[in-house]
Design a protein around this ligand. Structure first.
Ligand code: ME8
Length: 658
């Protein structure tokens, strides 16, 4: 039996809309960790899922005209939904939990009842501030500038009869957990939690854990009308998915406590304070580690649909491949800090690391093995310690340095170590100039074979350790360098010289083609513009003016039907059209109107329009305008659209509109 076990979780996602690249960040990181532990020989349980209850989902379902269950089913399981995204991103989860799964609901009801029975949940009345999008209650003192401290949006007053969890009872134990153990990382988040939520004015407050204002949640079975607060429901997923308080699974003993919960920084509060307190209340062992990673912004701004800067993983992986995207997320930003996603950085990372460094090393090495030896290296190899040792020792010591960083979830540093070896190997090619050796194969054949073997071994060791990050590409590299199963293992990454003497090297496809930065950026910009437009409301109507106008004032405006006798563009103006109009008086009326972007002058001749004719005359581009033509205006996909008001041609010129 394998006693090396590893249980890792991601947060469970709200299926309230399309997931973006920021959401993929936690899951890709957890996937890398799960694959790394499997590589090390651990029996891994990697859990992810969806958090499907709450007011936000209920509201969205109502807007969409479907039941909440239909709404979430559609986002989770439909094409392009959450499950599809994880398939696309090559996420190797072992279990997927949905909080609407019957077994989970049953467990939550039992847990809630048990906490009620042990006195940690009691009934009271809630008065406070509520942030609807975050489904969070706040006290006045927790608000920032009167707004939700998490998302910065408006909060509303709320009062309801509710059940409360006695979080205050666990304040000391939670403080101790945070300050005196390595439970929460990075350390920089510890003081924020303790100062803001435990050692704050009034201390750790009891938490409101039921709602009566909506119904889409786990019902409190002993008090109809109440549903369990979504965070209590959601947090316990980490245990119900192993079979806690249900018969669906039986993995609790094997995998609990969790080895690592990965969460974004904005939900550290729930995981660092309430989650341990809930577990303490149920007398359960605490998870070993909680890691709060940073946020990915886009061009320095928070990712959001309305800003049109939500980066679509489907689009990016189609253009660059899933591995390039996975790699970029963990290579470019330290996991614990915020990162700024830009298209330039993405392309630069792909070009520098994957195309220039790794791709080049693999393609040069395999091409030379094919060219000089037909893909089969001879057994006779001539070492040259002076030239070989620095590369070999760097590569041979790589696994230990990599492991050190991976154990601390420092993915960026682990990759940095690998790329030092890759860069060193590229330099080794230049130092040894295989093309020069190849000029005299008889004399230099064994030396050339040694150079290429050392390069292949460097590639192999790096590829073993890159496998958790870019699994598909690594499979292809292993095939190109002829590495068999033995040469792909965790142990093999520490052993130099594992590639068999008679390896068969084949130069395959170019794994990471270079991207033309300027061309790509302009294409991405165009796509983003389109996305921004698509996110805008279809039609937008000007807000109505609330102030009343009295009837007499209204009657003072003289609206008339006018017929267009002539119409022409005004010279040197892109906007103005000059109209000569019959207003029924027998004297032509001239009106200038800024509508040249919408109409060609010839289209309008003969039309019957509406004008207000008693505005004071005014000059535009040196010409007098005697009134104003009336148009209907609205906004469509963010752009102003204008229609001149045209009336039935049987209406005579000069007819008064009233
Ligand atoms: O919070 N950068 O779900 P969620 C980095 N249901 N990470 C980001 C991000 C960004 N731009 N945007 C989102 C929830 N995330 C709860 C969890 S767990 C018991 C309940 C991360 O769908 C975010 O930080 O809003 C979080 O870790 C994850 O996506 C899910 O967010």
């Amino acid at each position: 039996m394998n006693d090396k076990k590893f249980y890792i979780t991601t947060p469970i996602y709200y299926p309230s809309g399309k997931l973006h690249i920021g959401h993929s960040y936690t899951t890709v990181a957890a996937d890398v960790m799960a694959r790394y532990k499997r590589l090390q020989g651990y029996d891994v349980m990697f859990l992810t899922g969806t958090d499907e209850h709450g007011q936000k989902i209920e509201d969205k379902a109502r807007e969409a005209g479907v039941t909440p269950q239909e709404f979430v089913d559609n986002i989770v399981a439909a094409p392009g939904g959450v499950l599809d995204l994880w398939k696309l991103m090559n996420i190797s989860y072992d279990r997927f939990i949905r909080t609407t799964d019957a077994y989970h609901v049953e467990s939550i009801q039992k847990i809630f009842k048990q906490m009620y029975d042990n006195g940690d949940i009691y009934k009271g009345s809630y008065k406070g501030k509520y942030c609807k999008p975050c489904e969070s209650f706040w006290t006045e003192s927790q608000l920032v500038d009167g707004k939700c401290p998490d998302c910065g949006r408006e909060v509303m007053d709320a009062e309801e009869e509710a059940y409360f969890f006695r979080a205050s009872k666990y304040a000391d134990r939670v403080r101790d957990l945070l300050l005196n153990t390595d439970f929460l990382e990075p350390k920089s988040r510890v003081h924020e939690m303790v100062n803001n939520f435990i050692d704050c004015e009034g201390g750790l407050q009891d938490l409101c854990v039921s709602r009566t204002s909506f119904t889409w949640g786990v019902p409190v079975d002993f008090d109809p009308g109440h549903v369990v607060y979504v965070w209590l429901d959601a947090l316990f997923n980490y245990m119900t998915a192993l079979g806690y308080q249900n018969d669906q699974y039986h993995d609790l003993e094997k995998f609990w406590p969790a080895d690592a919960h990965f969460v974004g920084k904005e939900i550290v509060r729930f995981h660092a304070i309430y989650w341990p307190a809930f577990l303490m209340s149920m007398d359960l062992p605490l998870p070993k580690k909680l890691y709060g990673h940073g946020w990915l912004n886009f061009n320095g701004d928070k990712m959001s649909k309305s800003k049109g800067n939500v980066v679509d993983p489907h689009l990016l992986s189609q253009r660059y491949g899933v591995d390039a995207l996975r790699f970029f997320l963990l290579r470019s930003f330290p996991f614990g800090s915020d990162g700024n996603f830009t298209n330039e950085l993405l392309i630069q990372t792909i070009n520098n690391d994957l195309a220039n460094d790794l791709g080049n090393l693999v393609s040069r090495t395999t091409a030379m093995a094919e060219k000089y030896f037909g893909g089969k290296l001879p057994e006779a190899r001539q070492a040259n310690p002076e030239l070989d040792d620095s590369l070999i020792s760097l590569a041979a010591g790589l696994r230990a340095r990599y492991e050190d960083h991976m154990e601390k979830f420092q993915f960026q540093n682990a990759l940095e170590e690998i790329f030092k070896v890759i860069q060193r190997a590229n330099k080794y090619i230049d130092e040894n100039a295989p093309w020069a050796l190849a000029k005299d194969m008889e004399a230099n054949g064994p030396r050339l074979a040694a150079v290429l073997y050392n390069l292949l071994e460097s590639v192999r060791v790096c590829t073993v350790l890159l496998t958790p990050f870019i699994p598909d590409s690594c499979g292809k590299i292993f095939a190109q360098i002829g590495a068999d199963e033995n040469a792909r293992t965790w142990d093999s990454a520490e052993q130099w010289g594992l590639l068999p003497g008679n390896i068969c090297v084949t130069k395959g496809e170019n794994l990471f083609p270079r991207i033309d930065m300027a061309k790509e950026l302009s294409e991405l910009d165009a796509i983003m513009e389109e996305a921004k437009k698509a996110a805008l409301p279809e039609l937008e109507v000007e807000p109505f003016i609330e102030e009343h106008v009295d009837f007499d004032t209204f009657c003072k405006s003289d609206f008339r039907a006018v017929k267009v006798k002539a119409c022409e563009n005004v010279r040197k103006s892109d906007k103005l059209l000059k109209f000569t109009l019959d207003d029924g008086t027998g004297t032509d009326r001239q009106i200038l109107s800024g509508i040249a972007m919408y109409y060609k002058p010839e289209e309008l001749v003969g039309k019957t329009l509406v004008a207000i004719v008693n505005l004071p005359p005014r000059k535009m581009m040196g010409r007098e305008s005697q009134g104003m033509l009336i148009s209907a205006v609205h906004t469509e996909k963010g752009e102003e659209v204008l229609h001149l008001l045209m009336v039935d041609d049987t209406i005579p010129a000069g007819a008064k509109l009233c």
